[in-house]
Design a protein around this ligand. Structure first.
Ligand SMILES: Nc1ncnc2c1ncn2[C@@H]1O[C@H](COP(=O)(O)OP(=O)(O)O)[C@@H](O)[C@H]1O
Ligand SMILES: [Mg+2]
Length: 175
């Protein structure tokens, strides 16, 4: 994050159930940029949460942090959008699993092939996309009555532990 200060409050209790307060859209975009900057080829990020919770907004931030090209939008009528890599060299595969019948249809998208060369972010992926990779980060976005969002991060796989710590450090700098 280039030493940029942020106001996102991160509360790290454990790798499982780390919560991040995202009070505004800008917080969500900024958090996404921090996360995107640390994504590598082979990473799987599963986004869950109800319609309007901020999954696409978070993906926009992730894409910006990765430096990929192409406008990130809600892929409602497109199941998969591939955003070519920028100078950092990792492309982003953005999937919306909302219309997928389940894991069988997800298999048809051949995302396991994409995963070797890309970071894959799957909206509505909870319960269907876990099979794609042993290591993954799941982010549940909860839209609260005051319209702020609470992100709950659950990482599976050793690889995420140091990165979660770095992410927390980046996002609590200015507190
Ligand atoms: N803290 C916040 N984080 C993300 N989105 C927010 C936030 N506050 C308000 N919003 C608004 O909520 C909407 C989220 O939409 P979107 O990202 O498309 O949700 P989803 O993909 O989960 O359906 C956007 O209109 C955005 O401007
Ligand atoms: Mg969306």
């Amino acid at each position: 994050m280039n030493g940029e200060s942020t106001e996102v409050a991160v509360d790290v209790r454990s790798t499982e159930g780390t919560t991040v307060r995202l009070d505004t859209l800008e917080d969500t975009l900024r958090f996404g940029r921090s996360l995107g900057a640390m994504l590598r080829a082979g990473d799987l990020v599963i986004l869950s949460g109800s319609l309007g919770a901020g999954k696409t907004a978070l993906t926009k931030g992730i894409g910006a942090g990765m430096g990929v090209t192409g406008t990130i939008a809600s892929p409602t009528f497109v199941l998969v959008r591939v955003h070519p890599a920028g100078p950092d060299g990792v492309q982003l595969v953005h999937v919306d699993a909302y219309r997928l019948a389940g894991a069988v249809e997800l298999d048809d998208l051949d995302l396991d092939t994409d995963l070797t060369a890309s970071a894959v972010v799957i909206e509505w992926g909870e319960g269907v996309a876990e099979q794609l990779a042993d290591a993954r980060l799941t982010i549940h976005l909860d839209r609260r009555p005051d319209d702020t969002r609470l992100a709950t991060l659950t990482a599976v796989g050793d690889d995420w532990t140091p990165r979660m710590a770095a992410l927390s450090a980046a996002d609590s700098q200015s507190d």
